[in-house]
Design a protein around this ligand. Structure first.
Ligand code: AMP
Length: 338
């Protein structure tokens, strides 16, 4: 990674009159947590406007986060979102490495002359940003945001609202500290966040113990009716038709994390979740160990991500996508066996 110029980034914050913070489509805990974490910290030192934007809605289990209600959703408020982006003189781009990942916000982000600071932990960021704080050697974007906030040297910036948001980002992106969690820095940050007011037990409950009955039943259905295990390839996948989602009154976020369940089966190294969404098939991919799902997503579908967690779209029907996927597996037999 090129050295991030913290000083320059802080100067940009001081000079800016209107700051926007933008994250990726289908925002997850890290996208929302890092955005709000930065927002609450910057609010303590900046008198101008600071707004948060996301392309589409985010899961209900994140709506309790302080100031979550102030987030502007581009899909629902296109004009307002466009005005915020085009009116900003500084834009923080969080948790994505390519502007195309902001879908509904991407047109305005491409058009704006505002300076863009990327803070992200995905590999190979595009050359679309003025300053890059990008490394894959971290738990999450939220942890990088924590580092950026600390670089100001102002303890009051890490208030309880900011700390709760950052902690939520780290907790969700590490699956409650079960992957991407071998960094000493993560635990040092967590200790500091607890000192700043985080109640880790309470935040865990707020995120993971607020299922609706429908969501829990959908999980049961996925595991009992829609899980296919391909033992020979150390692979298992779950697939969901639109009608399945409707049957369980699907709400945004209801299948968050479901893709991880097949990895809890012994000897399963590659897990996927295929689901019909907005006329395409959305695929989530996870792996344990060395199999790079981001390469697989990029090569065979329209996607990318991290080595062990990636996402993609398929423009084929769900049945055809599954057929294509199963036909690809034999060429990966060796790689998947370790
Ligand atoms: P998901 O399965 O949607 O939770 O995504 C897993 C990871 O892959 C996240 O870090 C996403 O940011 C990333 N990702 C998802 N979809 C894409 C895509 N189409 N292109 C690049 N990265 C993606």
């Amino acid at each position: 990674m090129e050295q991030f110029d913290f000083h320059k980034a802080r100067e940009r914050v001081k000079q800016a009159k209107r700051i926007a913070i933008c994250s990726h489509t289908n925002p997850d805990g890290d996208a929302i947590g890092s955005s709000l974490g930065l927002y609450h910290a910057l609010k303590t030192i900046h008198n101008g406007e600071i707004r948060i934007l996301i392309p589409n809605d985010f899961p209900a289990f994140l709506k309790w986060l302080p100031a979550a209600e102030e987030i502007v959703i581009c899909e629902e408020s296109k004009q307002e979102a466009g005005e915020i982006i085009l009116g900003a003189d500084l834009i923080f781009c969080l948790d994505f490495n390519d502007i195309s990942r902001t879908e509904q916000c991407s047109e305005a982000l491409q058009k704006t002359g505002a300076e863009k600071i990327l803070i992200d932990h995905h590999p190979n960021p595009k050359q679309q940003f003025d300053l890059l704080y990008s490394t894959t050697s971290t738990s999450s974007t939220a942890e990088l945001v924590y580092g950026f906030i600390k670089s100001f040297g102002l303890p009051s910036m890490l208030n309880s609202e900011s700390a709760q948001s950052i902690y939520t980002g780290i907790m969700t992106d590490t699956g409650s500290f079960s992957y991407l969690c071998n960094y000493e820095s993560t635990y040092l940050a967590v200790a500091d966040l607890i000192k700043a007011g985080v109640d880790a037990e309470q935040l865990h409950r707020l995120v993971y113990d607020t299922y609706s009955a429908d969501r829990l039943r959908l999980l049961g259905f996925c595991l009992s009716e829609r899980l296919k295990i391909l033992k020979e390839y150390h692979t298992a996948y779950i697939y969901l038709y639109q009608k399945d989602l409707e049957r369980f009154n699907y709400q945004v976020g209801d299948i968050e994390g479901v893709v991880n369940y097949p990895l809890s089966i012994e000897e399963i190294h590659f897990a996927l979740l295929f689901r019909e969404q907005d006329g395409k098939v959305r695929i989530s991919m996870r792996s344990k160990g060395s199999f790079p799902v981001n390469d697989f997503a990029r090569k065979h579908f329209i996607g990318g991500g991290h080595k062990n967690a990636a996402g993609a779209d398929s423009l084929l029907s769900l049945d055809k996508s599954l057929e294509k996927f199963e036909q690809l597996l034999p060429q990966y037999k060796m790689e998947l066996s370790v």
